[in-house]
Design a protein. Structure first.
Length: 291
């Protein structure tokens, strides 16, 4: 502020401004978190954080038009449940982290970008594991080639589904072989994937589901950059500010809305004692009012 506008600000003033902003955004952020519960698909991810010198995690839930963040001192499934809410019954897209295993496998989609890394690791162990890893990677690359054509509109989904039937059989056959290949790490990885084999293929049958969790990974990347630049937060209040601001910025970008205009309006509303503007898409704002 001093460099740009010639307005000096103490550390205390900055801290108080953050607190005021968190309070001004409290209602729309809470409304955004409630919105996640009703969505058909949600992508979840988490990354390491620091709060007051303690290890913490920044979590994200991404839906088609709303993204929400929380900072918590836990990486347990309890936080994932908190993000999704009590009534979420859509498709959950994640990596293979065990903190998501409480959710029914039939309503999950495992990230194939992470599976590619698993298959690369399998290939790198040599011997029978290398052969299995090579074959799994070949199948995965073929799947992505077809999937990209589905997204581009050059391959019908019905045709894609028929193509995927033998590919699914072959991938599962290779994973079964890997689970008995005599190389402990490969056997363990293949068994873990097979436990949730149904969640490998949800995107094939359900429109609107992606085969990767890249959406959540992209959304959480600014949080990684924030952490690297600031070493996390120094208090619980700081974490509330981070999660509120990241929720606002990510959500408004999804909806092509101006962040500065929104924050200005939210603070003006707080000064007047009126509700801050909603973060929900316009049709959902009308639904909320009607309810």
């Amino acid at each position: 502020m001093d460099d740009l506008f010639g307005v000096p600000m103490s550390v205390g003033t900055i801290s108080q401004s953050e607190k005021t902003t968190t309070e001004a955004l409290a209602e729309p952020v809470a409304e955004a978190r409630g919105y996640v519960e009703d969505q058909r698909v949600a992508h979840l991810d988490e990354t390491s954080w620091r709060e007051d010198g303690q290890r913490a995690w920044l979590w994200v839930a991404v839906t088609s038009l709303v993204t929400v963040f929380v900072v918590r001192l836990s990486r347990s499934g309890r936080v994932a449940r908190e993000l999704l809410g009590e009534t979420f019954s859509g498709i959950l897209v994640t990596d293979r982290y065990s903190g998501y295993n409480w959710y029914p496998v039939r309503w999950r989609q495992l990230c194939w970008s992470h599976l590619l890394r698993d298959f690369e690791a399998i290939r790198g162990r040599g011997g029978a594991s290398e052969e299995i890893g090579d074959a799994l990677l070949e199948q995965a690359h073929q799947m992505f080639a077809w999937w990209h054509r589905v997204r581009d509109g050059t391959l019908k989904r019905s045709t894609f589904r028929s193509y995927m039937t033998p590919l699914r059989r072959e991938v599962e056959r290779l994973l079964e072989a890997g689970s008995q290949c005599g190389i402990a790490k490969t056997e363990g990885t293949c068994r873990e994937i097979l436990k949730r084999r149904e969640a490998l293929w949800t995107f094939v049958q359900v429109e609107g589901v992606e085969p990767t969790n890249n959406t959540a990974e992209r959304s959480i990347r600014p949080g990684v950059q924030w952490r690297k630049g600031s070493f996390g937060t120094q208090s619980e209040a700081g974490s509330r500010f981070v999660e509120s601001m990241m929720t606002v910025v990510a959500t408004l970008k999804q909806q092509n809305r101006n962040v500065l205009d929104y924050l200005t309006a939210a603070h003006e509303a707080a000064l007047r004692g009126t509700p801050a503007p909603s973060l929900l898409p316009a049709p959902d704002q009308k639904s909320q009012v009607a309810a």
